[in-house]
Design a protein around this ligand. Structure first.
Ligand SMILES: [Zn+2]
Length: 240
């Protein structure tokens, strides 16, 4: 039997899971600050290569921090750390050994060594998964998590700004609207705190969340980690 692919939590319970892909990166500390401000726990699908990176925090002073320190902070603050992959390659294009060892097992080990907890969840890059990839994921004891609501924070314009930054399509107001339009019972919301391991995430996600979180809390939604979201059962799966 193949591994279940989960796209949404229980549609009858007012829980929402915020999820962040492609970090740790420069945006992550700001995301963590906003989550802390509202007492919200989230799930971070990390790239192994970013955990091993030095990340510039202040451009002009050259201050940097280790990606691993950012993930440790997220873990210490009660967030759930999960696997995205090592370097954001689409898994269906890789051979079994590359998927198993170079990408998933490697990242799972980096996280386990860092925080002393073995990750349970994986989100394949681009949400790209087939039966072969999914059975390798199962072999590793991981569960596949996709999403039901996209903040569209990672959508880009075709041109890259000279100097190597991306031109993001949506600012904070659009991202806020995307979240508010689509969030509901059991939502798994896709956000980013990095971009493919190569670029900074869209900083617009930070102020979008600073507005969306308290408004959803006012509507009695509770923000939970993927663990808690699935604990109530009755989650929604998709078939390949
Ligand atoms: Zn990604």
């Amino acid at each position: 039997m193949s591994n279940e692919i989960i796209v949404k939590g229980n549609p009858n319970i007012s829980n929402i899971a915020l999820t962040f892909d492609d970090g740790p990166g420069r945006v992550t500390p700001y995301v963590l600050d906003v989550l802390r401000k509202y007492g919200v726990k989230a799930t971070f699908f990390c790239l192994g290569s970013c955990i091993e990176k030095r990340i510039t925090i202040q451009e002009y002073t050259g201050r940097y921090t280790a990606g691993s320190d950012i993930v440790k902070r997220a873990n210490d603050e009660g967030h759930l750390i999960a696997v995205h992959s090592y370097d954001h390659l689409a898994l269906p294009g890789l051979n079994d050994d590359e998927i198993l060892n170079n990408s998933l097992f490697r990242t799972k080990n980096i996280i386990t060594d860092l925080i002393g907890k073995t990750p349970v969840y994986v989100r394949p890059p681009y949400g790209s998964v087939d039966n072969r990839v999914n059975s390798i994921i199962k072999e590793l004891g991981l569960k596949t998590i996709l999403w039901s609501c996209h903040s569209a924070d990672s959508s880009t314009e075709p041109d890259v700004i000279p100097g190597g930054s991306l031109k993001y399509k949506y600012g904070p107001v659009d991202i806020y609207n995307n979240i508010m339009r689509n969030a509901g019972n059991g939502s798994i919301i896709l956000c980013h705190d990095g971009h493919s391991g190569a670029y900074d995430a869209n900083f617009g996600i930070v102020s979008a969340l600073d507005r969306a979180i308290p408004e959803l809390q006012k509507k009695e939604f509770k923000f939970v980690t993927i663990d808690e979201l699935l604990a109530t059962g009755n989650y929604v799966i998709c078939n390949l």
